[in-house]
Ligand binder design. Structure first.
Ligand SMILES: N[C@@H](CCC(=O)N[C@@H](CS)C(=O)NCC(=O)O)C(=O)O
Length: 212
């Protein structure tokens, strides 16, 4: 089995790193510096034409989009490891949360990141337009994030993890929520989320995602 993982520190790729580590997969890690445009080189664009990390190449096939990677690796390696449900309704729930975090939550988080003052912790490294960095854009992003957090907090009511037991859905979703925390979003008033984040942080694979 050959697995190459393309990543950058402090990027969406740290979520994929946690997924790979949870599954205990050996991989070749290839680091890219976003500030130097290293994901925009012709060589990397052949792997991911979007010019973004994470991306993996598994046995010669390139897979990009962190949600797709989590579900792909979960399908192949996670079921046996009890970290991803077998096909069926629980699998559907895992896919629902992974996709939701990449689409709805990450969209709002990305807008928050762009609207924060330049140089803020967790802010985007790529160019931000004037329309993205207005007080109105910031307020809208914060409102949308509050709605996402309410949905997640309600879903975690009475549960240790999203599907009951810990799965890659938790690995994936916690990555985006932790990013919100880094950007200063107040999470303490969401009791279910706070407890869940603390439980996720006890996972060694999650705890080391900030390492280079
Ligand atoms: N939806 C994508 C987002 C990937 C993404 O936007 N990655 C950023 C870092 S967080 C990136 O590589 N940016 C480099 C660039 O745009 O040049 C995913 O979940 O994989």
């Amino acid at each position: 089995m050959s697995l190459i993982f393309y990543y950058a520190p402090m990027s969406t790729a740290i979520i994929t790193r946690a997924v790979i580590d949870e599954l205990g997969l050996d991989c070749e890690r290839v680091k890219h510096d976003l500030s130097k445009g290293e994901t925009r080189t012709p060589a990397f664009l052949k792997i991911n034409p979007n010019g973004t990390v994470p991306a993996i190449v598994h046995d010669g096939t390139a897979i990009w989009e962190s949600a797709a990677i989590a579900m792909y690796l979960g399908d192949l390696f996670g079921v046996q490891a009890n970290l991803y449900p077998a096909p069926g309704p629980k699998r559907g729930e895992a896919m629902k949360w992974i996709t939701w975090s990449n689409v709805r939550l990450a969209d709002a988080a990305g807008r928050l990141s762009a609207a924060l003052p330049a140089g803020s912790e967790g802010g985007v490294e790529v160019a931000v337009s004037a329309e993205q960095r207005t007080a109105e854009a910031l307020a809208t992003a914060q409102k949308d994030i509050a709605e996402c957090l309410r949905i997640l907090n309600d879903a975690l009511s009475g549960k240790q993890f999203l599907l009951g037991a810990y799965t890659l859905a938790d690995t994936h979703v916690q990555g985006f929520v932790a990013w919100l925390g880094m950007m200063g979003t107040e999470l303490g008033s969401y009791a279910n989320i706070s407890g869940w984040l603390a439980r996720c942080a006890e996972r060694p694979a999650v705890a080391k995602t900030m390492d280079e």
